[in-house]
Ligand binder design. Sequence first.
Ligand code: HEM
Length: 566
Amino acid sequence: MENLMEAGNPYHEVLLLAIVAGLASHQGFRKYEPTISGFLGVFFSLQAIIFLGIVIRHGSTLEYLVSGAMLTTMFGVIYLGVLGLSIVLYRVYLHPLRHYPGPKLSRITKIEWFFRARDGHFYLHVNKLHKKYGDVVRVGPNDIAFCDPSDTPLINGPLSKMAKGAHADGSPWAKARSVTFVKERAEHRARRRIWDQGFTTAALQQYEPRIASLLERMSDQFASRIGRGCGLGKIIVEPHANFRVEEINFADWTSFFAFDAMGDLGFGNDFGMVEKAMKMRIVWMTLPWCKYIVNYLPIDDEMKEQTKQFVKFGNERFDARKAKGTTRADIFSHLLAHDQESGGRILEVELREDAKAIIIAGSDTTSFALVAILYCLIQHEQAYEKLEKEIDALNAKGLIRGTTLGPEQAPYINGVINEALRLFPPAPEPTQRTYGESPYILNGKLIPPHTNCYVSVYTLARDERNFSAADKFIPERWIETARPEMFNHNTKAFVPFGSGLFNCAGRTLAQLELRQFIATLLYRFHFSAGRSFNPQSFLTSLRSNGTMESGGLPLLLTARNAKCSH
Ligand code: HEM
């Protein structure tokens, strides 16, 4: 019996079929980008069809089965080759985004993006690309980053008609979507109406005493450590000073504070799992198609385990909080309420995910903001002195309630907060939006269907055209009467909390926490650079996994207006 491989015809037929299938698949995948499991499904189905076709046509003797298997393998290899080649050639020479400037590799694949994101430096990479290629850069095959403030509000601002993109496809382990991952505008708007009830002035006034009490407890901890010389930090006796100071890792303390605040006002605290869970999140947010096989990827096992622990922990905290009902005034009690416009409620499976969103979105961000503020202050003595002066005056008047510390009452506190958030946005990754299936004209630029548009938050705020002396810490720029004349000051370029429909739900709460922390703790204690503080090491330690983290901030702590038992 003639061997199939020697027969000639089947070989040519399979070759032709592989080429046609490869080209056809590419056309299909351009419209409906598959997940990795979807792709494998298509691939193995095609293999099975080819193999069965050969067997049905030529018989199922051992000889034909073996040559059929060889031909099927050949089909697979050629199919993958043609598909790959077709994708590469299309993305480089025919793709509608081909005229946008950007690195060659980014036109073909997001692999560099993935590695930069994994190392926590993607926002810096995009910043460099803008410097090299301009305000509009192709950062991925279907991805364009923008840093011109006349473009960016049309992407993520109040005027935008775009929805969230594939970044917000949601966690592979979740049974429902948290508010963060609701991509469609109408559905998101309904969900946010319920969320927003938890951040009104009235709601914040209920949270305020609880934040004050957390700060009291923290203040007591600091005071007792200075007094007794025990605790987290080590006591240092300054040679020419008649008071004792303590070196602390400030980043640890802000983390305790921010997690405790979310624990008290939201659901619970996580003791270190969030960081790992965020690292895992960046994997499937960057390459959404691989999210269902993320557990099998060669990445840190501890990270996988911690992520599962975090999911379990979030669920347990949710159950514990749900059992308490609506009697307690916290964010959760508002999420349990119904939407006053539509009468709808958040489903329990969704609430479970929202519980985790509160922990993830509300803790590391606020904690890092405080670290950034202190990092800036300890290096700018004059600014720190001005701030202490304002804080002392406010304390003398008894005006240290976070809800009353707006820019009019506390211009310098707010200037310092804004300036630190501008230089070090706690969520510095470019925010992704898409217009979906329709083409879109953005300020005269054609945005083809399925393009992901990104707002380069970090770059916008560090651009001299938007903020003069952009790399310098100058809180006065936020105070109209104190801003140096002729200073560029473009508030459209300042979006640390995002902007528009999908902006940060907890912005008002975060501002309340930051203001109250500064007005209370910086009144009672003075912080200065610790012995092991090195500005360069601090900067190189910064990583963003969606939210920013630092390698620590060693500070010396001395009492100002705190009662310590020396
Ligand atoms: C300094 C502190 C904070 C910063 C800088 C910050 C920043 C951000 C940013 C940039 C976004 C994404 C916006 C976008 O996609 O355009 C966001 C979303 C969000 N943030 Fe915050 N955040 C902070 C604190 C908080 C707090 C305390 C909470 C309280 C729970 C919170 C809850 C949320 C939620 C729920 C979302 C998702 C909103 C949505 O998709 O509708 N954030 N935040």
